[in-house]
Design a binder for this molecule. Structure first.
Ligand code: S3P
Length: 446
């Protein structure tokens, strides 16, 4: 890894061809679960001890938002353990009314937090974030929250900033127009205070970390086939949350170790919630060679979130078709499926993934531009992409567009390429994986 000057542009971080990869790492903590630990810990009554909280730009935004809303966040690590600290929740008294909340780049914070605060009469909040956040739709939460009685204004009827005037809410039954864990979670949090039950019907199953954590906190939650209902009125106490490593971060190593011959990498303490493991199913179908050793649950089991060790070895991959119910289970890993597909024999089709356009960047356009710029045979479709595997990538330059997953995609593509890749704005990785380049280098050099 080295810095290379680029005329008239930000410097690019170079990732030279390398490998095989070997060694063991524990990737950073799960971003989705960390956001929820901070928010549900803030809603709950009394202290929650959080262990292995993700230290990244996104999750720091969430901690400072909940601290501004009245939760006591003691930043001093407990027992000298980084990522372990106590959040003292505000309990039924509710959040402090505070003018402005800056969510930075964190879409999950932008979509979950309104669910908590919208039901507190007398509160008035304004939420905003960076340029990428201001392009990400929030009508998907504003519309159903209004049906619950919330008073919310958004810009151009669709985008942040959001203004929330707290109101007493009432429960609804709501069928999500798009499968989104963020929207589902927002409505479940709103349902904790609404009059009557709130039911969310999902077109396809999405990550259920909110349900798992609310159940652990003592909320009354009932799960049906394709739906989840929450009732108000229970006192929430979370006590402890132990965050596993993020499978979405582990996925970069799963893919790069699969495509660089001779590699073998061990990934420790990975969250294996079945609503997140779509990448494993897809890679397995592509012929990847990995073992999963689930960790026994028991006294050390992690709050209803299964974990385990994954050992991955390089393999000859072949193309596949990804679509339908698999999409929400692997939504953040689809750029990596596209990279794996470049090295796989035959054609790979990713379909039904229009939601990719609404992530930290338009991940259909940005992935297709990035990988075709490196020599891939890839084309965009209206709801995904089609890749013809060539078995190699030449190399070149990738611009992250401020999107952490594109920065890391460029980095692993560089290691697997023939001529290396310069990633412009590699710093974007700090949203979920601040030391990604360091961990990658460690595995390449071991
Ligand atoms: C997330 C849900 C997904 C995912 C995002 C994190 C979450 O978004 O892409 O990175 O923590 O709930 P959607 O729920 O909008 O699909």
């Amino acid at each position: 890894m080295s810095q290379e000057p680029k005329t008239g542009a930000a410097p690019a971080t170079r990732f030279e061809p390398g490998g095989p990869l070997s060694g063991a790492i524990e990737p950073p903590a799960d971003k989705s679960i960390s956001h929820r630990a901070a928010i549900i810990g803030a809603i709950a009554e009394g202290p929650t001890t959080v262990s292995n909280f993700l230290d990244s730009d996104d999750t720091r935004s969430t901690l400072s938002a909940v601290a501004n809303l009245g939760a006591m966040v003691n930043p001093e690590p407990l027992n000298g353990m980084p990522g372990q600290f106590v959040i003292d929740g505000v309990g039924p008294g509710g959040p402090r009314s505070l003018g402005r909340i800056d969510v930075g780049n964190a879409g999950t914070l932008m979509r979950l937090l309104p669910g908590w605060i919208a039901g507190y009469e007398g509160g008035l909040w304004r939420m905003n974030g960076d340029a990428s956040i201001r392009r990400r739709p929030v009508d998907r939460i504003a519309d159903p929250l209004r049906l619950m009685g919330a008073e919310i204004e958004v810009s151009d009827e669709r985008f942040p900033p959001i203004r929330i005037d707290g109101r007493q809410l009432h429960g609804i039954e709501y069928e999500l127009p798009v499968a989104s864990a963020q929207v589902k979670s927002c409505l479940l949090l709103a349902g904790l205070r609404a009059e009557g039950p709130t039911t969310v019907v999902e077109p396809l199953a999405t990550r259920d970390h909110t349900e798992v954590m609310l159940e652990a906190a003592g909320a009354r939650i009932e799960r049906g086939q394709g739906s989840v209902t929450v009732w108000p009125g229970k006192e929430l106490r979370l006590d402890a949350v132990n965050v596993p490593a993020d499978i979405s971060s582990a996925a970069f190593f799963l893919v790069v170790a699969s495509i660089i011959p001779g590699s073998q990498v061990v990934l420790e303490n990975i969250g294996l919630n079945p609503t997140r493991t779509g990448i494993l199913t897809i890679l397995e179908r592509m012929g990847a060679d990995f073992d999963v050793e689930p960790r026994d649950s028991g006294p050390d089991g992690v709050d209803g979130e299964p974990t385990g060790r994954i050992t991955v070895r390089s393999a000859d991959l072949h193309g596949t078709r990804v679509g339908g119910e698999e999409i929400p289970l692997a939504i953040d890993e689809l750029p990596l499926v596209a990279l794996a597909a470049c090295f796989a024999g035959g054609e790979t089709v990713i379909a039904d993934a229009e939601e990719l356009k609404r992530k930290e960047s338009d991940r259909i356009t940005v992935v297709v531009d990035a990988l075709s710029g490196l020599g891939a045979q890839i084309k965009a479709t209206s709801d995904g992409m089609v890749i013809s595997g060539t078995g190699s990538l030449r190399g070149g330059t990738v611009h992250s567009h401020g999107d952490h997953r594109i920065a890391m995609l460029g980095a692993v593509a560089g290691i697997a390429s023939q001529e290396g890749v310069g990633v412009v704005d590699m710093e974007a990785a700090s949203v979920s994986y601040p030391d990604f380049a360091g961990d990658l280098e460690k595995l390449v050099r071991t």
